[in-house]
Design a protein around this ligand. Structure first.
Ligand code: ZN
Length: 493
């Protein structure tokens, strides 16, 4: 049994000005054929799960193509055309296949199609015809389109946020494709696109209100003909028609049951929708609270959410910390220019009126200008072996420097935009996270998988920016209407 593997993954933030190009994919992952196996076999990622699951089922994995870039602005037309051309060429070269496993992100936007993933899944389906089963995995931040669902026999979505079950979902998809090919399962799926956008601040799956929603889905899995189901949280930072939450149910050859169950889950969210509105805490209140808690306190900088596509150089919390002037803090900033200056100056150098961050997006604050001492310099490479959000093992922050400010903040300057998904980002640069009262992590839920083990408390801070949790402040042009919370009335009740 030969099962092909294709992945094109990008979470595209349409509120970010900088477009995503081929270089961004090259920097993260852009691999063909056997290179896909080398890059992902063994990784705690859904593609790693594909390889492991197929191996256990004694099916042959046929790696075809994988492309992934750090979340950012929409993918340029040229880049997407190039990715598609390479993918189709590799698919042609793969020979006869019995089935296909595909791993889009689900919230990809490209300049030529706002439903990037729906587009390429449909293209693959046209290419392989209707007789070859295709099973899809998605990030829980997918904005699911009917086109994505129609192209695939089944769709399996991460069940956790932070995403720590990517590998398991990959194994699940591999098992289901093998069962489908050998005829022991006949998956059929239904989707319910709910007119509710779940606020990013409410999307932690281990706490309410998400937890009980997922428990309702877990309960359904016990039913006889249910093969899989998914609670899709949605990605609010893509201005697309499908933006919002959705539910997917996959049954064994029972489309009526799939449709009935998916509606039941949708109705639960609609009736509980007020619980999914954000609780917003401003910077000053967050710092005041953090000063009274046992440290280190993880301050989640929601407006500069790197994993949501933001620029990673926001300075608003650092400015506020300087104004308070009493808390030992640590932050990472993407600033290749500052990193290079610090590296050139060398360890021990004292730099006056040194400018850091605040250069890429005026919503995220002005540059932080202060006296610093260069503490250490690094190549920026580190490996994460634990299960962490994103399932990535090898990281490259580019040439990096640690500087100490004159107001108690330690700042790690990176040359590549790096989401805070691993504490190795700090420890590989000689920073002991337990020494600080506050650690700034530029994200909302994703950093918690890494930071919770050392931080007894975390506070989600409502900072402005292209990933502001105050999504009613963002201007949408393409979203569907009505959509809660933008329209409070979405039903006839
Ligand atoms: Zn996600």
């Amino acid at each position: 049994m030969r099962i092909g593997i294709i992945a094109i993954q990008h979470e595209s933030n349409t509120f970010v000005q900088t477009a995503t190009t081929l270089d961004d994919f090259r920097h993260d992952a852009l691999v063909c054929g056997e290179e896909v196996r080398q890059a992902f076999d063994g990784a705690l990622h859904e593609i790693g799960g594909f390889f492991t699951g197929l191996k256990h089922a004694q099916a042959d994995a046929v790696p075809i193509f994988a492309a992934r870039a750090v979340p950012g602005g929409p993918v340029t037309k040229e880049t997407f055309d190039e990715l598609i051309a390479t993918m189709l060429k590799q698919l042609d070269a793969a020979g006869d296949l019995d089935g296909l496993l595909v791993a889009p992100h689900g919230a990809g936007v490209c300049e030529s199609d706002r439903d990037m993933d729906g587009y390429w899944l449909e293209l693959v389906r046209q290419k392989i015809g209707d007789s070859i089963p295709m099973i899809c995995t998605l990030d829980a931040h997918a904005n699911v389109s009917q086109r994505m669902i129609d192209a695939c026999n089944a769709t399996i979505v991460y069940r956790t946020n932070p995403h720590v079950d990517q590998f398991e979902r990959g194994v699940e998809a591999a098992n289901l494709i093998v069962q489908t090919v050998n005829g022991t399962a006949r998956p059929t799926q239904a989707v319910c696109l709910v007119p509710v956008a779940i606020n990013i601040e409410r999307q932690h799956t281990e706490s309410e209100p998400c937890q009980s929603l997922i428990e309702s889905a877990d309960e359904m899995l016990k039913l006889d003909r249910v093969l899989s189901n998914s609670v899709v949280l949605g990605f609010p930072y893509a201005d697309v028609e499908e933006m919002g939450a959705s539910f997917i149910v996959v049954t064994d050859n029972d489309p009526e049951l799939a449709a009935e169950l998916v509606k039941k889950l949708g109705d639960e969210l609609i009736s509980r929708r007020e619980e999914f509105v954000a609780h917003l805490i401003g910077i000053e209140e967050a710092l005041e609270t953090a000063s009274q808690l046992e440290g280190p306190v993880c301050l989640l900088d929601m407006g500069d959410n790197v994993g949501g596509g933001s620029s990673a150089d926001g300075t608003l919390i650092l400015h506020a910390l300087r104004n308070r002037g009493e808390m030992k803090s640590c932050a990472c900033l993407f600033d290749p220019q500052a990193a290079e200056q610090a590296i050139t100056a060398g360890v021990g150098a004292k730099l006056t009126q040194f400018s850091m961050g605040g250069k890429l997006d005026e919503r995220l604050g002005s540059p932080l200008v202060t006296d610093v001492e260069v503490v250490s310099i690094h190549d920026g490479l580190f490996t994460e072996d634990e299960v962490r959000h994103g399932g990535k093992n090898e990281y490259n922050m580019g040439p990096s420097a640690v500087v100490q400010t004159d107001f108690g903040a330690t700042v790690l300057l990176n040359s590549f935009r790096t989401p805070p998904f691993s504490l190795k980002q700090l420890t590989s640069c000689g920073i002991d996270p337990t020494e600080f009262q506050v650690l700034i992590a530029k994200g909302v839920q994703a950093p918690l998988a890494a930071y919770s083990p050392v931080c007894p408390h975390s506070i989600r801070v409502n900072t402005p920016g292209p990933t502001s949790a105050d999504m009613e402040q963002l201007t949408y042009q393409y979203r569907r209407k009505p959509l809660f919370p933008f329209e409070r009335k979405i039903t006839d009740e």
